[in-house]
Structures are given as C-alpha cells and as structure tokens.
Design a binder for this molecule. Structure first.
Ligand code: G3I
Length: 370
C-alpha cells in the first residue's frame, strides 16, 4: 500500500542514495531528449515509490512520467460506490515534488473493465461514463501534461464492423463514445493535452496494417467535427518478430502532424522474444532495433515525446506475459534501457544516439496545419 510516509521516505532515501551513487552517465536521457526538443520519460507504478534506487533512476533519467495503472478505471473504481485515488495522488505528489510532468493514462478503455461495470445496462454505463470523467478530470485539472482520454479504440480481432474494440463503453454508446469522452474532458480541463492513444501502428502484422487506416480515419472525423484533440499517442511496443517499415511509420506520424497534432511515442519498449538467448547478443539486437525505429520516427518533427513503458526490465509488463506463457523458462525479457539491477544497457546508448541525430537534424520547418 502506498502511504504518504512511504512516498516521503522513498524520496528522502532516494536523494541520499542518489548522492551516494557514482555520478550518473551524462547526459541523462531527459537532458539528451530536451536538447533535441523532445520530452522523455517512462510509465510509473508503485514500485518507483517503494524502491528508492528505482525512484533515483526516474529522478535522474525522466522528465515526464505516465501513470501505469493508478488512473485506469478498474484501479480507480474497484466497486461502484468508491474511488481509490490513493495511488494516483501519491504518484502526482512525488512527481510534482521532483519537478516531473505527468501523463494521465487512461480515462476510457474498453479493456480491463471491472465485473460490476459489465453488469450494468447501457443507460447506466452512460451515466457512469459521464460521472467518471467529470470526477477524475475535475480532481486532476491543471496538474497533468496530457491525458490519454481514450486508449486503444480499435481491435479488429473483436470482429466488429469498423474494427472497433468491444467493451462496455462501445456496447453502450457505439463509436460515439470517443467524441463524447474528448468533449467531456475538454469542458473540465483544457490545460492537459488531450490524446488519443493506440497500439500496433508500428508494425505490419495483420492488425497493425488494419489499425493504422482505422485510426487515421477516426482522427480525421474527430478533427473535421471540431472535437478538441491535441495529440496522438502511438504506443510503440515494438515487436521485431513481425515485419515493419519504420520509414512508413514516420510518414504515418507526419500525417497527424500535418493536421496540427502532436505525436507521442507513449509506451516504447522492444520485445526480444525472437532474439537469441545470449544476453549480450540480445541486448545488441534490441539496441539496433531501437535505434532504427527511433531514428526514423524522430525524423518527423511532429513527434514530441518518447516514453518507455517502465525504465527497468525488472518491472516490464513483458516479464508478466513471459512468465504466464513460459512458466518454466529461466530467460527473462530485456525490453528496456535499464536492466533488472538498474544498470544502463546498449539500448540506452541507442536512444541517446537517436536523440543526437534528431538534434543534429535541427529544428524542422514549421508546417502549417491543414
Ligand atoms: O499490483 C497487483 C498485485 O498486488 C497483485 O498481487 C497482482 C495479482 O494479479 O496484480 C497486480 O496488479 C497488476 C498490475 O498490472 C500492476 O503490476 C494487474 O494484475 C495487471 O493486470 C496490471 O497489468 C497492467 C495492464 O496494462 C492492465 O492494466 C500492466 O502492468 C501494464 O503494463 C499494461 O499496460 C498496457 C497499457 O495500459 C495500454 N497499452 C498496452 C500496455 C501493455 O499491456
């Protein structure tokens, strides 16, 4: 359980640990990103508040943090009559105390809905939808850099016309839930950059190729309808086991920029399932994939942010997936810039190189939005 005492103790201990720790490898990822006109950070959970050494890594390397589960519906609303704001409040307090920006992830997602929500009628779901957005957006108004207002609207594998992701919000309101969410948040908090966040757009798997045009079409309809939308989040959970064309991804991102939107790489990590067991070879392959992708993506001036999905392999979601799928395996995924002992890996150098390439390319010509 996160308590104010544990957060403060963690921050104090981290400060001491940080002071005692050898000098950080300069520059930090955040500083190198800032020199290239980018915001850099990582998703954050309670482990970064409970573990002073991990808190120190965020303090040193990140400029912005994204709440991993603390602001998700199922975590905020364990029961119909209760909001559990403790974890999110602790993350915001710690971030603000350390001068970090915060991304709120995510107000509306058709996945991971609690059982009580799924039992409600369509009318009741609509009431909960509006009340949830009003309550949460009001509580954090003015404190967030950006909101993932809607996460992952599409999932063709749900076999719904239009490729929509199924779930309680879609079942109750159809595709209109997306516009309704953005308009409702904007009426409460217009300081946060309102972001539509989607997965899979970085690869040419069947679903990657299906989702890209669906997302582009939705964004065009929202903008043409005057819906308040500021940014597109492209999650960038790279899966090198699938075909991909990172130059085409950069062009895809640039098309959102041409409509006046910012583009955020919101959940960046590199799945290493398809690489060799040998750790040195695997880390090198992850770094090469990272540099190839980031160098291409950052050639698009609309891309303004890179956020890893956690900082250390120790807390990657891919470890949970791996353990579930291969319970007997002794190998562990290594998808992030820091290993399980918080030591820098070749991927961190690859990120620094991609940030430097963006900086060397200089400020992009400002394109007038369409
Ligand atoms: O912390 C509890 C632990 O106390 C409990 O014993 C355990 C029992 O299962 O659950 C733990 O909570 C887990 C939580 O992550 C914190 O680690 C939840 O079960 C688990 O469902 C939750 O998974 C998260 C998942 O989204 C669903 O919210 C992952 O951490 C998180 O990385 C993942 O992130 C998603 C993005 O939101 C959207 N894009 C894809 C990305 C990866 O799936």
């Amino acid at each position: 359980m996160i308590t104010r005492r544990s957060v403060l103790a963690g921050a104090v201990a981290a400060g001491c640990a940080g002071a005692a720790r050898s000098a950080a490898p300069a520059p930090s990822l955040a500083d190198a990103a800032a020199a290239a006109g980018l915001l850099y950070g990582a998703s954050i959970g309670r482990e970064a508040l409970d573990d002073p050494a991990y808190a120190d890594l965020y303090r040193r390397e990140a400029r912005i943090v994204t709440t991993d589960v603390a602001l998700k519906f199922d975590w905020l609303r364990p029961t119909p009559d209760r909001y559990e704001f403790g974890p999110a409040d602790a993350i915001l307090r710690a971030a603000e105390a350390n001068g970090k920006l915060v991304r709120g992830h995510t107000l509306i997602w058709n996945d991971n809905a609690p059982a009580w929500l799924k039992r409600l009628s369509g009318r009741e779901v609509e009431r909960v939808f509006d009340e949830h957005i009003d309550t949460v957006a009001e509580r954090y108004a003015g404190r967030l850099h950006s909101w993932d207002v809607v996460n992952e609207p599409f999932w063709p594998m749900d076999h719904i016309a239009g490729g929509w992701r199924n779930g309680p919000w879609f079942a109750a309101m159809g595709p209109a839930y997306v516009e309704r969410a953005f308009r409702r948040v904007a009426a409460i908090d217009r300081t946060a950059k309102l972001t539509l966040n989607e997965a899979q757009c970085d690869n040419d798997s069947d679903w990657g190729r299906a989702i890209r045009p669906l997302l582009r079409g939705l964004v065009d309809r929202l903008l043409d309808a005057g819906v308040p939308l500021d940014a597109i989040g492209l999650q960038s959970h790279l899966q090198p086991q699938w075909p991909a064309n990172y130059g085409e991804f950069a062009a895809y991102a640039a098309a959102f920029g041409a409509r006046g939107l910012e583009v955020y790489l919101t959940e960046f990590d590199v799945n290493d399932d398809g690489f060799l067991d040998d750790v040195r070879a695997r880390d090198a392959a992850v770094a090469a994939t990272c540099q190839s992708f980031l160098t291409a993506a950052l050639s698009t001036s609309a891309v303004k942010m890179v956020v890893n999905w956690q900082l250390s392999d120790r807390y990657s979601w891919l470890r949970d997936v791996w353990r579930r799928e291969r319970p007997a395996s002794r190998r562990m995924p290594r998808p992030l810039p820091f290993d399980a002992e918080f030591s820098a890996k070749p991927m961190r150098d690859a990120m620094l190189a991609a940030f430097a390439a963006r900086k060397a390319a200089g400020p992009a010509p400002q394109r007038k939005p369409e």
